[in-house]
Design a protein around this ligand. Structure first.
Ligand code: URA
Length: 450
């Protein structure tokens, strides 16, 4: 078999055999297939797509490209959640501790920033000392002792996703349904989740721009999960504007801490409660969605989620004073506001532009392996989300920058990210739809609206 023939077949719209997909994944992980050929194949998949069979084959090849965890000696039932990517999406930092504080273990493998979308690992690493590179032993031990653990791909767990993810980030090959589905599901399967709540985002700040596309992605992932005996539920969340107010690694940690204290922006809080509630429901720890929401909300109000977050941070080496006194988290030296050019109702706040601005400020990567600046980013004003009324001259957001050139470029770019209307504008819903399986997913089974 030759990798160039595989690339050519996909480029010309052909279907790849399972053996060819496995040949590619094995070769890429071992280093026999170089980055340039892997990038060419990803681009061919981006343009030509994959059949459900190819996508399932790719997912399984990636999931089994390293070890797979069996966590049942530590906990009888493991729940995981995964976001398909968005701007200001720091949900894991909040829902992991919320759910774990109710006795439901959360063992999660997360990713780094991807294109305009931030990554949970980069966010957590803005806490001084926080270690996302855990051995399988450490992962298991922490899951048993603390009930929540978040790690990155390793040479041991789903190494194919680790390599492909970093490659896609810098080769314009992220927004591809089969590549996203296989990336997400391979990680979930390798990390040993019994049940997975998919937090699929729809809008211009997500890789799936419409609710319909997001539903297709959710259904594809549910089918893959079903083939491998996993329970899957999906929420379709709005990503036309950033989630919450903070975008940027350390700024998002600060916002997550606010929510863990029962404060923070209402949309992000609502999103976390909905995702946590679905995790409780799928784990059998809540009887109904209302019960799930009630239990999840209580963990924020009574401090149990915050206490679990502290335990989780300490277990992974993070410095507690940095989260107890947020002034100790990395802060950018330059902060300047962007003000509203006119009075009116905010009609558009382009999440993708905000995401790219943060990448350009240094919060994301231009090349594989680039370091990220934990401190830079954007914080939106509370009254500057779609549907709000703003007055000319009032601040819409604050840019946190490392250099004055970066600051000026960010302010200029963000000025173009807004539109205003004289007539009132409806705020988008936080959650568009919830799709639940009736029980264990079975091969080919479709999700049904919940
Ligand atoms: N999250 C992932 O883990 N992979 C993707 O491709 C997109 C979002």
């Amino acid at each position: 078999m030759r990798i160039v023939d595989i690339i050519t077949r996909k480029r010309d719209g052909g279907e790849l055999a399972r053996a060819e997909i496995e040949f590619f994944i094995k070769g890429y992980v071992s280093g026999d297939v170089p980055d340039y050929q892997a990038a060419a194949l990803c681009m061919a998949i981006y343009f030509q797509g994959m059949t459900p069979q190819e996508t399932a084959g790719l997912t399984e090849a990636m999931a089994f490209s390293g070890a797979t965890l069996d966590l049942h000696d530590v906990a009888p039932f493991i729940v995981d959640k995964h976001s398909s990517g968005g701007v200001g999406d720091k949900t894991t930092l909040v829902v992991g501790p919320m759910v774990a504080s109710l006795g439901v273990p959360v063992g999660k493998m997360s990713g780094r920033g991807l294109s305009f979308s931030g990554g949970t690992l980069d966010k957590l690493e803005s806490i001084p000392g926080f270690n996302v590179n855990l051995t399988l032993e450490q992962f298991k031990r922490q899951l048993g002792e603390v009930g929540v653990v978040v790690a990155g791909q390793t040479q041991e767990l789903a190494p194919a996703d680790g390599k492909l993810y970093a490659l896609r980030d810098v080769t314009g090959t992220v927004p591809s349904l089969p590549l996203i589905a296989s990336s997400i599901m391979s990680k979930k399967i390798a990390a040993g989740a019994d049940a997975i709540v998919l937090d699929v985002k729809a809008g211009h700040g997500a890789f799936m721009e419409t609710v319909e596309e997001a539903v297709r992605l959710a259904e594809l992932m549910a089918q893959i999960g079903g083939r491998l005996g996993r329970m899957v539920t999906a929420l379709i969340g709005d990503m036309s504007q950033p989630l919450g107010l903070a975008v940027g690694n350390s700024l998002e940690v600060i916002e997550a801490i606010e929510v863990l204290h029962g404060r923070g922006p209402a949309d992000f809080r609502e999103h976390c409660v909905e995702v946590a509630s679905e995790m409780l429901l799928i784990a059998g720890a809540a009887a109904t969605p209302e019960d799930g929401r009630m239990r999840a909300t209580k963990t924020l109000a009574d401090g149990s989620a915050w206490r679990k977050f502290r335990q989780f941070v300490a277990a992974q080496g993070g410095e507690l004073p940095a989260i107890d006194e947020q002034a100790r988290l990395p802060r950018a030296p330059l902060i300047e506001s962007l003000t509203a050019p006119v009075s009116g109702y905010l009609a558009r706040l382009d999440a993708r532009e905000v995401g790219y601005t943060v990448v350009e400020l240094g919060g994301g990567r231009a090349k594989k392996g680039d370091p990220v600046d934990p401190a830079v980013g954007v914080v939106l004003a509370e009254r500057s989300k779609v549907g709000s009324r703003v007055e000319a001259g009032e601040p819409l957001l604050w840019v946190h920058a490392r250099t004055s050139e970066g600051l000026a470029a960010a302010l200029a770019r963000l000025a173009q990210a807004y539109s205003f209307s004289n007539a009132p504008v409806a705020a988008p819903p936080v959650i568009h739809r919830i799709l639940r399986t009736a029980g264990m997913s079975s091969p080919g089974k479709s999700l049904t609206p919940g």
